[in-house]
Design a protein around this ligand. Structure first.
Ligand code: SF4
Length: 328
């Protein structure tokens, strides 16, 4: 259950960020009023879930710099979550924040208040890319922040933002490998899009920034997904979540409502094609897990031709409940 606190705790505005536009919620950076309203609306939503005995939910405080909020506010949000955890309405609590807004004592304090996971908006580990996006920290700070989260006994999530100014698919792959080496439990990949009203929009209008194409972003994320699979890291989001009116806020860039599904289809194909090639003959039969059925042939069947070239056609593919592929 996301609890968006747009820009709350943010000291600066990053070049690309449109936290309010993305969530459709007012800016909460203004201070106590916005935060009090968010707290009240969270309490109401949790009361309502409790009343109808809804299944427990994990709360996620997103959209700002949660760990940079005044202590009073982190305490109030986490105390509310703890109260509803005690009665089974809330199962766990996570937040997102900036890599330069965490310290070991403060993470330990938040953990003692019930926080279970921290997602760091790393975006990239490349110093030049970070500087051009006005992030205000270097890659080494991001790596250290990842270590601090784990040292505090919290679950680590890493968010990457491929396609920022000066970023290439090869640099993104370096970022993904670095991220995986830091032991995250989860990752999110948000290819950079140009939002209205951002510094990036002004660069784009002047011709000084060209976003990645949808194909470039999908191929890069598919390759990245293969790496995360090898490391056992769960990618819990690819592409920006659809919110009402979101498309009107996007000026340019690789946005697609089915981005994650498109990427998963493209990530799976090379893995299976390698296995098919290793057979040394066209496959007679592939048993595939039922849960990949919707994405197996790729978005709108875009991977079908590649499978057909390798001799795998739909009549040779069968679905089963086992979480394994079986090829013969
Ligand atoms: S720190 Fe995060 S939420 Fe705040 S302005 Fe930068 S990208 Fe947006």
């Amino acid at each position: 259950m996301p609890v968006f606190l747009p820009f709350a705790g943010c000291r600066t505005r990053c070049l690309y960020c449109a936290s309010s536009a993305q969530t459709g919620l007012p800016d909460a950076a203004g201070g106590d009023r916005g935060l009090a309203a968010a707290l009240a609306s969270l309490e109401k939503a949790l009361q309502e879930r409790k009343a109808r005995m809804a299944p427990p939910v994990e709360l996620g405080f997103y959209g700002g710099t949660f760990t940079a909020l005044p202590d009073m506010w982190t305490e109030r949000f986490l105390a509310l979550a703890a109260a509803f955890r005690a009665c089974g309405t809330v199962s766990a609590v996570r937040c997102s924040t900036r890599p330069d807004a965490v310290s070991l004592p403060q993470l330990a304090r938040l953990k003692a208040l019930g926080l279970g996971a921290v997602e760091l908006g790393v975006q990239s580990f490349d110093d030049e890319v970070l500087a051009r996006s006005l992030r205000g920290y270097a890659g080494a700070v991001a790596s250290e922040a990842c270590r601090l989260v784990r040292a505090a006994g919290l679950e680590l999530g890493i968010q990457l933002l491929p396609g920022l100014p000066g970023h290439s698919p090869a640099m993104f792959m370096d970022d993904v490998r670095t991220a995986c080496s830091l032991g995250p439990s989860t990752m999110r990949l948000y290819p950079c899009v140009v939002f209205r009203g951002t510094g990036l929009e002004r660069l784009h209008a002047r011709g000084e920034y060209v976003p990645w194409s949808l194909d470039t972003a999908a191929d890069a994320c598919a390759e990245a997904l293969g790496v995360t699979w090898e490391h056992g890291v769960r990618v819990i989001r690819m592409g920006i979540a659809q919110e009402p009116g979101l498309e009107h806020q996007i000026v340019a860039g690789p946005y697609h409502p089915a981005f994650g599904s498109m990427v998963r289809g493209r990530a799976l194909a090379p893995l299976l094609l390698r296995r098919i090639a290793a057979l040394g003959c066209p496959p007679r039969r592939l048993m595939a897990p039922q849960h990949v059925r919707g994405e197996f042939w790729g978005y709108r069947g875009e991977c079908k031709a590649r499978y057909a070239e390798a001799g795998l056609t739909p009549d040779a593919v069968f679905w089963w409940q086992a979480p394994l592929f079986f090829l013969q």
